[in-house]
Every structure is written in C-alpha cells, then in structure tokens.
Design a protein around this ligand. Structure first.
Ligand SMILES: NC(=O)c1ccc[n+]([C@@H]2O[C@H](COP(=O)([O-])OP(=O)(O)OC[C@H]3O[C@@H](n4cnc5c(N)ncnc54)[C@H](O)[C@@H]3O)[C@@H](O)[C@H]2O)c1
Length: 324
C-alpha cells in the first residue's frame, strides 16, 4: 500500500515510524511547509520524495491513503484535496480550530463513501474496552477528568487562533473518551483564566487554566479541568468514573477499578497507536471499517463539544449543543 504523509513534525514521525515497520506498507511521499523540511523527513524514513505543495504531491504519486498530521489551524484545504480525489485519509486530532471547517469537511464526506480515521487513540486501549464493559452493567453518576501538564513549546500551540487552546488541542482526548463511554453531550458550562503563562512567555493567547461541566444526554454529569502551567515533566492526565459498581480510574498507567470486593488494576498490553494504524489500513485494504473506532463523522461531535465549551467561555453562560 502506498502512503503519503502531510506534516513533518513530531506526530508525522510517530506514525511514519509505525508505518515503516509494517508489511506491505510503503511510505512514498511527504509534504511539509518547505521542500527542505520534507526532504529531510523523507531521507529519515526512506521515502521517495518531499514536497511543499499537497496538490503537486497528489498529482505526482498514486497514493492509496494519506496521513494528515498538522496543527489545528492547517486543516480544511488538505482534506478537500483528498476528498476530491477519493483518497482515504487518517487525520490526527484535533479536526480544526473551529467547528465550521470541520462541518464543511463532514458535508463533503457525506456525499462520498470514503474511509477516514481520526487519531483518538485512547479508544484503542485494552483498558478502555475493559472500562466500557465495567460501566455497561451499571449506572454511572458522574465522571471527573483532568489534563494537567506543561505548555508545548511550539509557537502555534500557545496561539489560541492556531491551536484552539488547551480544550481543543489536548483535553479533546478526554471529551472524546467521555463520548465513547457515556454517550453524547447535551449542555456545557465552562470557564478559563490566565494565571501565569501569558505574563511569563511571549505571544501566549491560550488560557493556562480551565474547567468545564458537561451534562450528558443520559443525565450523567462530567467535569473536565485542564492546565498547561505546570513545570516540565510534571503531569496528571486521566478520567475517573463514579458509578453504582464503584470507582473506575483510567490514567497513563492503566485502569484501576475499586469495588466492595477491593481494587483491581489492569495495564494496556497493545500500543493503541499501532492498533489505530492497523485498523485504518485494514479498512483501506479490505473495505472492512469495523475496526476503525473513530471516523471523521464521529470525531465531528467531539469537535462540536470543544466548540460549545469555547462558546460558553466566551459568553459566560451554559451552551446547549447544536445551539452554539
Ligand atoms: N494523538 C496524539 O496522541 C497526538 C499527540 C501529539 C500530537 N497530536 C496531533 O498531531 C498534530 C500535529 O502535531 P505535531 O506534534 O506533529 O506538531 P509539530 O508542530 O511537531 O508539527 C506540525 C507540522 O505540521 C506542518 N504543517 C503545518 N501546516 C502545514 C501544511 N499546510 N501543509 C503541510 N504541513 C504543514 C509543520 O511544518 C510541522 O512540520 C496536532 O494536531 C496534534 O494535536 C496528536
């Protein structure tokens, strides 16, 4: 299978490393913001050619699938090109900075039967499957999640217009996990503040502290908080569910379930990034998309949630989804 890559940064490298280790998969082309960067990336992964223009890359190469690993602000035109040529694509979260860009792509996809996959890799964790099983036979009361860490040092991340801010860029993973385990969101109420980073660093327009309440359609209440003002190397990322069977906590180390019988701990056995790549490529190869756990249309609802949180922060009031 001939694969193209758009983006030459950290997550293009992550996917390229996985792809180059797979049988029957050949990374054929890479497109970056300059030919020099693309060619340096290409040399690293033995790809044939580097481009700085996606149209040129697609005209030049017959690709079976393309990976899009660019920051939130760079989405829209790239996806349009792939849809126009019926090329299946894997796109890293987040779909965009705003909902409008993602809605346009979703509308174009509605007219086609194109395979897409979105990089919400938490869904591919063994422990998330176990978590869903545990919750499925109980009543969930609430969930509390946190994405607490330091600010990524790339320029685009600190700029709200280019990253969308921490809820859009990082906490989106938790929003997606909440949707995956608890169903759709009905209403959100959120607030943010600037405690430190805007004063400490240049050009910081993304808030460094935020918290959002989500009311799910089922009635479950969820609270998601985030900060990006912690020192490097210090972080706390996870989601805890409080339900009729006990407490289930998912974090980077695995899943811990506490019931009246005591606590059990589970670790992930398979790398979820490998699994999401295999699921997508299996879909492209065979047409069987049943292993893809997040397609573009599904991920749009996660983007809608992030967008509603942004509106709530702006308007300083609760926002119902669909009315944002
Ligand atoms: N799923 C995950 O766990 C995970 C982890 C990290 C990053 N990501 C996502 O991956 C995406 C990329 O992140 P990253 O860490 O690689 O960022 P990065 O800053 O390291 O790299 C971004 C790359 O995109 C390129 N780019 C920007 N606009 C482009 C365009 N129009 N055409 C071609 N290339 C363009 C830049 O030149 C750069 O090489 C982000 O959306 C991020 O949220 C996902």
């Amino acid at each position: 299978m001939k694969i193209g890559m758009i983006g030459t940064g950290g997550f293009s490298r992550k996917h390229a490393t996985i792809l180059t280790g797979m049988k029957d998969v050949s990374l054929q082309a890479v497109c970056g913001t300059s030919v020099e960067k693309a060619e340096a990336f290409a040399r690293q992964f033995g790809t044939i050619k580097g481009y700085d223009n996606v149209i040129e890359m697609l005209d030049d190469k017959q690709l079976d699938a393309v990976y899009i690993c660019v920051p939130p602000f760079a989405h829209g035109r790239l996806e349009e090109q792939l849809i126009a040529r019926d090329i299946p694509f894997f796109v890293e979260k987040s779909l965009a900075v705003d909902l409008c860009t993602a809605s346009n792509i979703k509308a174009l996809l509605n007219e086609k039967n194109l395979i897409t996959s979105v990089g919400y890799h938490f869904r591919y964790r063994d422990t998330v499957r176990l978590l869903k099983e545990a919750l499925s036979v109980h009543t969930v009361g609430m969930a509390v999640g946190s994405w607490m860490g330091s600010m990524p040092l790339v320029d685009w991340w600190r700029d709200r217009n280019r990253s969308g801010g921490q809820f859009v860029e990082q906490t989106t993973h938790l929003m997606d996990l909440v949707r995956y385990t608890l169903g759709e969101v009905e209403e959100v109420y959120a607030m943010e503040t600037d405690r430190l980073m805007a004063a400490a660093y240049d050009h910081v327009t993304a808030a460094d502290v935020g918290s959002a309440m989500l009311k799910m359609k089922s009635g479950v209440i969820v609270q998601l908080s985030n900060t990006c003002m912690l020192p490097d190397g210090v972080s706390e990322i996870g989601l805890r569910f409080f339900y009729s069977g006990g407490i289930a906590g998912l974090d980077g180390s695995g899943l811990a379930i506490c019931t009246t019988d005591g606590e059990t701990k589970q670790k992930d056995k398979v790398d979820p990034y490998v699994r999401e790549n295999e699921a997508f490529l299996h879909g492209v190869r065979t047409g069987d998309t049943s292993h893809i756990l997040s397609c573009y249309e599904d991920a749009w609802y996660t983007q809608q949630t992030a967008n509603a949180i942004g509106k709530s922060i702006q308007q300083k009031k609760p926002v119902r989804l669909g009315e944002e």
